[in-house]
Design a protein around this ligand. Structure first.
Ligand SMILES: N[C@@H]1[C@@H](O)[C@H](O)[C@@H](COP(=O)(O)O)O[C@@H]1O
Length: 245
């Protein structure tokens, strides 16, 4: 794992956006895995800024989101469909048919999971996956204890995750109890992965990631087995670690 240390959140977003933009502008079409949550918002702002100022085009980019809540329709302001349109897709020139997010409203959720997993494979897999990390070490919505062999599946969300995400809802009861998420094996199939970690509240989990052996109780620890992972972390997130000068 390569570690890029940044001064703050802004710099973390700039570095990540630079890497993404370089791949978007490369000769080959790009299949990009995207994340939601608070962490990537600043990156999406940078991508939009660059699209407006430098004309970077997303016509040959296909995106796959990591996850979606079960039971929230796409127009619901807390759905990840809404989030992606609001924070990125509606501001860039990506064709809608090239943006993919699991359908949390599907009547047959198991069939939806298989369809999504197949779609990623049919499209030839993800070239670059962007990841955030949950306070309990989850990636996507793969909570502690999830098998490293898991593919896209329905999960019951941990209470800690529902509490962490409550800030986006008017009450805890409104936070969905289930979600569809790419599995850990799905994420690990990506050719390259960038993990973003910022803020003091993530310091503890980042320290665990560096110190613990690979284990299913810390889902993000699986990334140590991937050949091409870059962690971009800011000073606050790195504050519990000894960082050599
Ligand atoms: N499903 C998402 C994850 O994909 C995200 O990486 C994580 C961290 O969220 P945040 O960036 O808001 O800290 O939790 C959410 O529950």
């Amino acid at each position: 794992m390569l570690l890029i240390k940044t001064k703050d959140y802004q710099q973390m977003c700039e570095r990540a956006a630079e890497i993404i933009i370089e791949k978007v502008n490369a000769a080959a079409p790009l299949k990009l895995g995207l994340a939601t949550g608070g962490t990537p918002k600043g990156i999406y702002r940078k991508l939009i800024e660059d699209h407006r100022n430098n004309g970077t085009s997303y016509q040959r980019v296909t995106t796959f989101n990591l996850d979606e809540y079960v039971g929230l329709p796409p127009h619901h302001p807390n759905s990840y469909h809404f989030y992606m349109n609001h924070y990125l897709f509606s501001h860039i020139d990506i064709p809608e048919k090239q943006t993919h997010i699991p359908d949390g409203m599907a009547s047959d959720l198991e069939a939806e999971c298989s369809r999504y997993e197949r779609l990623i494979d049919t499209e030839g897999g993800i070239d670059l996956q962007i990841l955030g990390i949950g306070l309990n070490g989850h990636i996507g919505f793969n909570e502690p204890g999830t098998s490293f062999l898991s593919r896209t599946h329905v999960v019951q969300l941990d209470e800690t995750t529902r509490r962490a995400n409550k800030r986006y809802f008017s009450s805890f009861a409104e936070v969905p109890t289930h979600a569809i998420t790419m599995g850990i094996a799905t994420i690990m199939k990506s050719s390259e992965i960038i993990l973003l970690v910022n803020g003091r509240k993530k310091a503890k989990v980042l320290r665990r990631l560096f110190e613990e052996e690979v284990n299913e109780q810390l889902p993000a620890s699986v990334l140590k087995k991937h050949p091409h992972v870059t962690i971009i972390a800011d000073e606050e997130a790195l504050s519990s670690l000894y960082v050599s000068p």
